[in-house]
Design a protein around this ligand. Sequence first.
Ligand code: IMP
Ligand code: MG
Length: 171
Amino acid sequence: MPEFIPLISDLEITKQIQKTGQKISSDYKEKDLVLVGVLKGSFIFMADLTRQISIDHDIDFIGASSYEGTSSTGQIVFTKQPDLEFESRDILLVEDIVDTGNTLLKIIEFIQLLNPKSIKICTLIDKHERREVKMDVDYSCFSLDKGFIVGYGLDYNEKYRNLPAIYDLKL
Ligand code: IMP
Ligand code: MG
């Protein structure tokens, strides 16, 4: 039976997202902000983050998938293209977790082709241990050295996204 070790409570998540939302609201005051969630892992984070941002902004999603089980396959498959116009706009990518960095790198390369004014990264969790590409994360709610976590949108083989807090999964 898998074991779920509590790591980050729902209250801690709420507090950090509040702070991050305030920072984004002030940094993007004079800008044309588009929040772009990376599906599927970011869907809950996006829903909470957008409600903590007090300035006008648009919402879009990109679908990208790289993981099977607890290790990245290295191959990124785009499962959904953005709907909105990105040209000359300020794109803020919203991720659940940055691990090797390969998924974001591919997404950034793709978005650059759409000529945005700026691209920045906001992640709920910045996981360092297995980073393979240099990736400057502009906003991160939590930092993690290692481990495989689930809950609050994060899955293991599509399960456990519904858990309201974040747990270390021991298989
Ligand atoms: P990367 O390309 O290695 O940075 O992987 C990023 C994607 O892998 C994330 O968007 C997640 O979907 C998934 N991922 C990485 N680490 C974890 C984890 O600890 N739990 C659940 N999913 C993870
Ligand atoms: Mg995933």
